[in-house]
Design a protein around this ligand. Sequence first.
Ligand code: PMP
Length: 436
Amino acid sequence: MGLQGTTTSEWFNRGRDALVDGVSSGFRYWGDNDTLVIDRGEGAYVFDMDGNRYIDYQLGFGPVILGHGEPTVASAVAEAALAGTTFAMTSAREIEAAEKVKAAVGYVDALRFTNTGTEATMHALRLARAYTGRELFVKFEGAYHGAHDYVLFTTAGSPLDALGSRRSPVPFQVSSGVPEAIRSLVRTVPYNDLEAMERLLRDEGHRISSLLIEPMLGNCFGLMPEAGYLEGLRLLCDEYGVLLIFDEVKTGFRMALGGAQEVFGVTADLGTFAKSMGNGFPVAAVGGKQDVMDAWAQGGVTQAGTYSGNGVAVAAASATIGLLATGEPLARVAAVGSALMDGIDKICADRGVAVQVIGHPSMIGVFFGDEAPSDFRDTAKHDEELYSAVIMGMIGRGVMPVDDGLEPWFTSAAHSDEDVALTLQAFDESLGEALG
Ligand code: PMP
């Protein structure tokens, strides 16, 4: 018996005849008996086809910061849909949304919209290569930046024994079908290791276009940067003429209105945004400093997209940013996240379980281990078996953290105090059960 009830199972089997494995994104396939089919979302909850309610901390892997079906965003989207969405020309709605992004994120002088985070990082990397005239880029071990060929190296979940030494890391290719030639353009380094970055730039800085970094690892427990790390990267980038790209697809409009750069006070040259910018609608952007963005204006560097800036997407962005800019939703996210973090800490202390509750109240990592991890290699010290047992216990009790052992839990402004209490109760009971 898996997670599927009778009706959900029927829908999954029907879905499997049309969609490969019954899903539209590989990460959603949890196995033949555990892959859920969702009927609807409402605030902090999702409901499966059997009517089972789950308090949702996946939130679509992050975007749904205001809760599912938030009415202001839904109305703005409905209005935009009725006005036509795709014109092969700029719309007023698009300009208004761009102004809102600019106002929210300090270092964005100019931007262009895309539809997904994958497109945004793909375009940011090309822009960086074109701007610097250099072909290589650096990515950080354990980080995910989308599904295009350049970034499918050493993402979270890569086998730790395939990464080579810390001194001389080997980029691990996580998918078949990525051309072998691409590997020669990627350099991987451990996160939070300034010396490793310095060594790499000393050796190859003149060939490196950019560092593509999630300022906190929103795809790997929500690992946080150690004091001085991001500042150190900024200085190194300046010294070697390398662009610093913050991938704020998860952190943007979630950690704070101005994203990670507002929280950490470090300014990137380019940023990529998506997820919480549109509360679940497919809208993303690449933005940054004027002289870098001008590389697009000067021509010769391709950026295009039929649906980029479409009416529905930008209406969702404007409405979402408008609400976030009031400060209330993110204050609620912080309160919910802090209560969960404190509660999990206390439950584990009471039960004598070593835990490190890491990350940020908007993106929480629960790491079962004696010491706080500082990079992806440290995830070897996480008790994944215990974690997995606890998560499955919670899902069985109607609470849905991300089932993937390395993905943080996302909080929303729609979670109530009662949801937090139920979540902590489910965590406590599931932990007790897992410990036996
Ligand atoms: N960058 C980061 C940091 C992400 O977390 C993700 C998605 N999880 C992406 C890029 C890719 O975004 P999308 O799934 O919208 O293509």
